[in-house]
Design a protein around this ligand. Structure first.
Ligand code: ASP
Length: 585
């Protein structure tokens, strides 16, 4: 028997029992007459003691030990003289009668404790050591609990968990595909799925009625903190449902997972049309933990001789509560912040609402106190508040104010990680114009159904057509999205036409789907949630990396196994591939 107990298990009630523990040496403290070893495993830490009473043969073994050795420790449980209330095993220790090294360890490249001295790169390279740390392991246990809760809920609702293929077909819509050469089909490639979209729709045509899968998906995109080239989705599809049914079912899922895993009761999710999200929050993923809504103050500001505003398409403002005390330096910093290329504003106008009811603005030359009072009334500013105004073309300014709103809220501590504010953003546009390709792209994907009342607009004003598409947003993060699907081959063909596909191209890429629609396709709809993002939100983290056991770095590399890597010439030959590497500029 390797062990009778884990390192997190023994308590005062176990005193005098003979036990065998196994685990890693966290640290050794040598006080001459007495030596303590902290023995660690997944379940906790138990203190081992060696003192004058310990047999010499055991004490001798000590010399061999070092950090991260795997040992087996045999001894008797006894009460500690000085207790540690911070850990559950803190009242006891093991008086050693035998110690066995099961596996030695070199000196680890960083210390394996909660506050490690290891930088990101080192920790990634030795991820298996990082996984021994409590924080990392706890995140992954949290993730496992979430997956379990998802399965319990969906299984109870009669969803069928079904695997779909990983080697599929490259399609031109969406993000860039990862491709895999086929040895048996010379010159041909599989693609890794960006999502199981078409398969889950085909499962509905196959009569499955309710499907889900916790599934790896792959997108060859540039990486950010919340993106990895491979990521996990909770992917779902249902037949004979409307948008409302989907939103209810999956609101139930998210609430259930919050309750099961974090013991948090979440209120009903409000529905917000996309247009409202854009106008009020400057974003299709509004953070609704705080208000600070965007106001259109074009009427209040134009025609007073201030050229910048007079020539602008849109003048928008937010009210930063209690910020009238901002110093010159703080305001300059904000001005530089909005001028960054990502935000794209040209400058920032401010109005301070003084405690005495007067106003101080950066445009006092053009606007009277009465004018400024009008602005304040419009944005709901009162004494002590700061009004921040941006002007320019509408989309840029809404987006910039959306960013500024988040920045100020972060500064004011309004984005508390323990508060969760979910909402459904609905009525997305079906299509969005793409300047580069000079054609419409599907905003969600080409299988999304237009709202029935907007179908006629497809021919006259395609940009105005709203989709039966929805996103789940929590705290300003897009956690999931989906849509009601087209289930009729003519409408699907029309959609491809609007997206600039010729009939032949549509047939070549998606013929199987349009064909399947001819054999009795049920009305269906679905959704997918970003499982990594949801897990990192539950764990209170900013990056999804720490909820992934073996993540890739920002260049998409796994630095532990050193991948991607070159392959042997014979392997290339076998695949009938020839490299033609061009030097990158
Ligand atoms: N396949 C979509 C996605 O991956 C989700 C859906 O429409 O169900 O975003």
């Amino acid at each position: 028997m390797f062990r009778t107990h884990t390192c997190g298990e023994l308590r005062i009630a176990d005193i005098n029992s003979k036990v065998i523990l196994a685990g890693w040496v966290q640290r050794i403290r040598d006080f001459g007459a007495m030596t303590f070893i902290d023995l660690r495993d997944r379940y906790g830490i138990t203190q081992l003691v060696i003192n004058e009473e310990t047999a010499d043969s055991v004490a001798k073994e000590l010399d061999k030990l070092g950090r991260e050795f795997v040992i087996q420790a045999i001894g008797a449980v006894r009460e500690r003289s000085s207790k540690n209330n911070n850990i559950p095993t803190g009242e006891i220790e093991i008086a050693l009668t035998e110690i066995k090294v099961l596996s030695p360890s070199e000196i680890p490249p960083f210390t394996i404790q909660d506050n490690t001295d290891g930088g990101d790169d080192l920790r990634m390279k030795y991820r298996y050591l990082d996984l021994r740390r409590n924080t990392v392991r706890e995140n992954l246990i949290l993730r496992a609990k979430m997956a379990h809760a998802v399965r319990s809920y969906l299984n109870a609702m009669d969803f069928i968990e079904t695997e779909t293929p990983v080697l599929i077909k490259s399609t031109p819509e969406g993000a860039r595909d990862f491709v895999v050469p086929s040895r048996m089909n010379e010159g041909e490639f599989y693609a890794l799925p960006q999502s199981p979209q078409l398969f889950k729709q085909l499962l509905m045509i196959g009569g499955f009625d309710r499907y889900y899968q916790i599934v790896k998906c792959f997108r060859d995109e540039d990486l950010r903190a919340d993106r990895q080239p491979e990521f996990t989705q909770i992917d779902c599809e249902m037949s004979f449902v409307e948008q409302k049914d989907i939103l209810e079912t999956f609101e139930g899922l998210i609430k259930y997972v919050f309750k099961e895993v974090l013991n948090i009761e979440i209120e009903d999710f409000p529905w917000m049309p996309y247009s409202e999200a854009m106008e009020n929050y400057g974003s299709d993923k509004p953070d609704t933990r705080f208000d600070m809504l965007i106001n259109n103050i074009s009427n209040e500001t134009k025609g007073k001789g201030f050229g910048v505003f007079d020539s602008a398409e849109f003048i928008g403002a937010i009210c930063a509560k209690g910020c009238a005390t901002y110093t010159r330096k703080q305001l300059d910093k904000l001005t530089n912040w909005v001028k960054r290329p990502q935000i794209g504003a040209k400058g920032l106008v401010y109005v301070k609402c003084n405690e005495d009811g007067s106003f101080k603005s950066s445009v006092d030359k053009f606007y009277s106190q009465d004018n400024l009072k009008e602005w304040a009334d419009k944005v709901g500013a009162t004494a002590g508040d700061l009004i921040l105004v941006l002007s320019g073309d509408k989309n840029t300014i809404l987006n910039a104010l959306g960013g500024l709103r988040l920045e100020i809220a972060s500064q004011l501590g309004l984005r508390n990680k323990d508060t969760f504010k979910p909402l459904w953003v609905v009525d997305f546009p079906l299509l969005e114009w793409n300047e580069e390709s000079n054609r419409f792209h599907a905003m969600h994907h080409p299988f999304t159904a237009p709202k029935p009342e907007d179908i006629l607009l497809l021919d006259t004003d395609p940009g105005k057509v709203r989709a039966n598409a929805y996103d789940l947003v929590i705290n300003g993060v897009e956690i999931g999205g989906g849509s009601v699907r087209i289930f009729n081959s003519e409408l699907q063909a029309k959609m491809f036409d609007k997206l600039g596909f010729t009939a032949e191209q549509a047939q070549a890429q998606f013929g199987f789907l349009m064909n399947a629609f001819k054999y009795g396709a049920p009305p269906h709809a679905g959704i997918a949630f970003g499982f990594d993002r949801l897990a990192s939100m539950f764990a209170g983290l900013d990056s999804i990396r720490d909820v992934i056991a073996f993540p890739k770095n920002n260049s998409g590399r796994d630095v532990m196994i050193d991948s991607p890597s070159t392959i042997a010439a014979e392997q290339l030959d076998e695949l009938s591939l020839k490299l033609n590497l061009k030097k990158k500029e």
